[in-house]
Ligand binder design. Sequence first.
Ligand code: HEC
Ligand code: HEC
Ligand code: HEC
Length: 159
Amino acid sequence: MTHLYNTKWSAEVECEECHTDFNGFSDPLHIGDNPDGIAEINFGPLAHDTINGPIRPNPVWDRNIATCSSVYCHGTFKMGNINATGVWTNASSVFCGRCHGDNNPVTQNPTPRDSNGVFVPPHFSFMTINSCYVCHGTVINSQGMFVDKSKHVNGDVDF
Ligand code: HEC
Ligand code: HEC
Ligand code: HEC
């Protein structure tokens, strides 16, 4: 599962990042007195993170379309794709370039842009997945493989 074991993009995401603040088994945010069989989603600090700047995530889980939107983790930050969503039941809805970058499933270039699609220095249009390591070498290598997933989607820009 993308978020828990064998994660692809980050360290394991703690249960509390998506099911937070419940106080015991029958709390309404857990099962409640009148169980509806639904595990309530209440996001923790990572989804609300603001790294650097004025962009405030407003994380929302829409059960009908099984989609999270306006979460920090999927691009709601300064050079992220603030409209990016993640479909819970479709792991391929998320790819390099989806949360930050060209948002194009074919090219999948992750070079960050601002919300108008403009490359923001020190990022330029000639950069590819093989350039990031020059400055973000604690996170990624020259082949574009993560060297330390725990530093990716962790709420800090590591460079
Ligand atoms: C990245 C967010 C995320 C994380 C992390 C996460 N969950 Fe969930 N969980 C969900 C979503 C989304 C659902 C589906 C909710 C719905 O049906 O509306 C869910 C559903 C559930 C359910 C209901 C059964 C089911 O399969 O639908 C249980 C129980 C549950 N989670 C427990 C956990 C536990 C325990 C952990 C930690 C080991 C955890 N979750 C971590 C998002 C998460
Ligand atoms: C020339 C050095 C350099 C290269 C190469 C570089 N970055 Fe960065 N990147 C930075 C610096 C410095 C920051 C912090 C800028 C800031 O906080 O304003 C940053 C910030 C970021 C951020 C966070 C943006 C935000 O909203 O705060 C992301 C995402 C990112 N880089 C991804 C990438 C990716 C993906 C690549 C490869 C395609 C890449 N970077 C290549 C230097 C670089
Ligand atoms: C699920 C959304 C998501 C996907 C998919 C994603 N990123 Fe990121 N990426 C982030 C977030 C959020 C940050 C902001 C900094 C942080 O929290 O680490 C980030 C930051 C970065 C950075 C800056 C260094 C840092 O601090 O992490 C690099 C480099 C980077 N991503 C490369 C990639 C590459 C390469 C891929 C594809 C293999 C990729 N990203 C896919 C969410 C994503």
